[in-house]
Design a protein around this ligand. Sequence first.
Ligand SMILES: [Zn+2]
Ligand SMILES: [Zn+2]
Length: 549
Amino acid sequence: MNKAFQVIPLGGCGEIGMNLTLWRVDDSWFFVDCGTLFADEHLPGMDLIFPSLDCVRERGIKPAAWLITHGHEDHIGALPFVYSEFPAPIYTTQFTAELIKEKFRGLELPAPEIHIWQVWNRTTFRQASVTPFPVNHSIPDACGLYFETKYGNLLHTGDYRVDRSAPEGSVTLDNLAKITAGRETLLMTGDSTNVFVPGRDREEKQIAESLLKLFDGVKGRVVVATFASNIWRVKSAFHAAHATGRKVVLLGRSLIRNYEICRRLGMIDDIDENIVISQEELKLYKPHEVCVLCTGTQGEVFSGANRLAFGTMDNIRLDGNDLVILSARSIPGNEKSIGVLINQFWRLGCRVLTGKEADVHVSGHGYSQDLADCIALVKPKMFMPLHGEYRNLVQHINVAMASGVPAECCHLVENGDVLTVAPEALGVTDRWDVGRDFVGSERVVSGSSDVLRNRVMLAKNGIVEISLVTDNSLSRMLGEPKIFVRGVNTRPNRVKDALIGSFRELQRSQRKSNWTEESLSEELRIAVRRELEAEVGYKCVVTMFVHRI
Ligand SMILES: [Zn+2]
Ligand SMILES: [Zn+2]
């Protein structure tokens, strides 16, 4: 199909995270977002996961541009790892651009080519044009995209919520009305994160009011932990601190970095610079004059919150007069580490409040009725959910149908599916194999290599390494074999017995004359592994080196 308008998600349609979608207009390809997902304990030594671009590489596809909706890790995290191979101008808003630049700088990579978008301004490419429009979200400068082609228009919501008293200054619904006014939208693609939460999301203003009430009357310090990118929440905490006569200390590299970016961009001019004090200055203030703003809501080991909880921070020891507010959601999978953190604060005698006990968090993603309101307003001809697990995508289609999109015009598209929307709306017409790549210690590990498979196998099974020297005829062991046992429930002496027994057994066998170092090594490896299996209960990894002298 040479001439077509297609949408191909490589990540984000089947999980919440690692968003990357391709938009194709004839021979032009637009890469939308490029995010990561945090690796869990099933991936030993890996920190991040992102969609492999093998499928793009093998088709010889080059991006005309990268279009980035906002600066969350699930939208920009993988850019530094793929950009040098797929270079193209990056188009995004100012705050997002600053975060991307920081990422490249942090990894000592050459700066990418970034074009800063002014929202509502159209950027024209050879086969299409795109207009970013502001949406409410839990990070500044988040935008949706209106993509115009000769085949029809695509509206991509980006991550969004609907906040009727939005700190951004405009409301998602009003902006959707403005961008779609007088235009027909062929396809709408939208954020499915909170589709199972009934009703409408609350407003950041409510959290600001709630924080103020909670700060009031606390005898000791107030600690607010939040995501570093949630500048609205940071501002709400600043205002509560100011109103209750507290200075603010910022803990956490990313929090300090984002605060500085916002300062530079004039996004927090309403906050008095003098309210911020350094960690050293803490000793000049009484506990009730202090608010600590920190990262670490997910129980991350090196975060500010964790160091406060475990008392490893200079100039500050929390006690029973202090209030700790975890002002963020818990990301699924992090429950255990968050539990450890909260228990540790309790151990210090602190009062701890999370979104369960108090009004201290609103989501950055619209609830089901918000999503329905937006779809009903845009009235797209076709709808495709993204940014969700499979069940979110299905439920979002249910919402779209209830909002007036006919069932046959709703497309359930998974990662790798090629959705063809024009010149004919054919639905899913092809399927690409989409793999996953990984990042461990800031280096990319290809999912198609055997690094990860071996890592998992070693982590599960442990390893026994044996090195032995024989005479030239391979019939007599010389000296003591060297044996290393790592993570296997046996002792080196036991392995040695198995080795000597197996060696003798093999000497008696008829195949002796055919041996080479390699074949003897392999026979011994299998024999020792069999012996050990009887002892430890499974086939462990055994490596064997035979050296002939
Ligand atoms: Zn986001
Ligand atoms: Zn996202």
